[in-house]
Design a protein around this ligand. Structure first.
Ligand SMILES: Cc1ncc(COP(=O)(O)O)c(C=O)c1O
Length: 288
């Protein structure tokens, strides 16, 4: 079985043997943050952006950063190598650590728990590639700091399950008639040739793939960063979602209604091809 080696608090060990205490605050309180990065041909994609965001998430919840970027790079390169290299994703989680007791306030002496694993990148079926994905819309019931990449993801889990139960692949989150993001993705619409995505705020996660998409689109098509009304989403020519493990994917149906032609649109084809190209150019080079 591939992807059997994980990292836990200083050691590389078989994933099946990894154990943490039930007193870990990540388990008790969801007091923990994480990152997920794709790896192509052994190279982590947008490593610096992911670890800048991890540093920010840690700082926002006041967990001292356990490693510098260089240390993270070495640790994850070792994990990738021990899992055979090539194409995969890596997951990194840092919890505040464990204490003997259960107190909401931070313990005085505590060492963060660091866990990392490697896994297979999800793939799309041939039908999904040809037809695009479907989404439902859900009203936001998450907390007020969705910009922090915390593992406290119960609301996102429930939304994603609601989508799966409806036969859809993503739940697009709205608040008071405004489109925010997907349960695990950033959201874009195309209207009259213009690419639109909501601005970063406490209501959404600043997506690394969102930034990569905006960089690729700049100069190719007009880009607007502004609020998107739910009605605009439903009337869009194209809807895209983006995430580190899924790059940019077309949504061709929302709440059972076709988007545009009901097929992946021409601007998605163009930006997605540019995305693949930029990834291929980087593959095999060092991440920092
Ligand atoms: C809520 C949410 N929004 C957006 C994203 C996309 O972020 P990224 O492109 O950095 O993976 C994610 C990824 O997990 C997410 O969970």
């Amino acid at each position: 079985m591939p992807f059997q080696v994980c990292y836990l608090d200083g050691d590389f060990l078989p994933l099946q043997e990894a154990r943490i205490s039930p007193l870990d605050r990540g388990f008790l309180f969801g007091d923990s943050v994480y990152e997920v990065l794709p790896v192509f041909d052994g190279r982590m994609f947008r490593f610096r952006e992911h670890f800048d965001r991890l540093a920010r998430s840690l700082s926002e919840i006041r967990i001292p950063s356990p490693h510098s970027h260089e240390e993270w790079l070495a640790l994850l390169e070792a994990l990738i190598e021990r899992n055979g290299g090539g194409t995969m994703y890596v997951y990194v989680q840092v919890t505040r650590g464990m204490e003997f007791g259960r107190n909401h306030t931070f313990p005085a002496q505590v060492r963060p728990t660091v866990f990392a694993l490697a896994s297979q990148l999800p793939t799309f079926t041939a039908e999904q590639r040809a037809q695009g994905l479907s989404a439902i819309t859900v009203e936001d019931f998450r907390w007020g700091r969705c910009d922090i990449k915390t593992t406290a993801l119960l609301a996102n889990v429930l939304m994603k399950q609601q989508a799966a139960d409806a036969g859809a692949q993503e739940a697009i989150i709205t608040r008071d008639g405004e489109v925010l993001e997907g349960a695990s993705t950033s959201v874009f619409i195309v209207r009259n040739g213009v690419l639109v995505t909501p601005p970063n705020s406490h209501r959404i996660l600043p997506g690394t793939t969102r930034d990569a998409t905006l960089e690729l689109a700049t100069g190719v098509m007009p880009v607007e960063i502004r609020a998107i009304a739910l009605a605009e989403l439903l009337a869009a020519d194209e809807v895209w979602i983006s995430a580190a493990t899924r790059d940019i994917a077309p949504i061709t149906s929302v709440d059972g209604n076709p988007i545009g032609s009901g097929k992946p649109g021409p601007l998605w084809q163009k930006i997605h091809a540019a995305f693949e190209q930029s990834r291929l150019q980087l593959a095999g080079t060092r991440a920092l």
